[in-house]
Design a protein around this ligand. Structure first.
Ligand code: CMP
Length: 141
């Protein structure tokens, strides 16, 4: 069976940069076999439009305003990860969206309890990965 090497977008959300969990989060992806192609400390708190585009699919949800307000509340770490089935593998490492349901051993299962502040974002499909990488890194792949 041929291997499917993919790229995905991962973002460590605001409020986590001073929690001393960044090394561990990065190492979880790297130890599994994903390669960090690019990573950047960015300040979406100065770019509300970027986060509104990032979360555009949730625009009609009742939590949208709260989500944008939180997502723009401080710096984040944005990255492109690459590897075999990177999209699904990164989602598995992140765990379920709601940290209360996420398994221990996943990032969300270990480091959070609030669904909005669920520590990391990872792309949920190939189309989302392409779109999010292009949006955050101003690239077209
Ligand atoms: P993320 O994977 O970044 O994608 C969408 C985000 O919306 C999700 O993580 C959560 O942070 C947030 N979210 C999803 N469902 C809810 C909800 N019911 N209430 C508040 N925030 C939510």
């Amino acid at each position: 069976m041929s291997k499917k090497v993919e790229r995905t977008f991962v973002m460590i959300k605001p409020g986590n940069l001073d929690r001393e969990i960044i090394d561990d989060i990065l190492m979880r992806f790297v130890k599994k076999g994903l390669r960090i192609v690019k990573s950047e400390l960015t300040e979406p708190n100065k770019d509300k439009e970027l986060m509104e585009k990032h979360y555009a699919e949730h625009r009609e949800k009742d939590f949208f305003e709260a989500l944008i307000s939180y997502a723009t509340s401080g710096p984040v770490i944005s990255m492109i990860l690459e590897g075999e089935d990177a999209i699904a593998v990164a989602r598995e490492i992140a765990g379920a969206t709601d940290p209360k349901e996420a398994e221990p051993g996943t990032i969300r299962g270990d480091y959070g309890i609030d669904i909005q502040r669920n520590v990391v974002h990872t792309s949920d499909s190939e189309a989302a990965a392409r779109r999010e990488i292009a949006l955050h890194f101003k690239l077209n792949h």
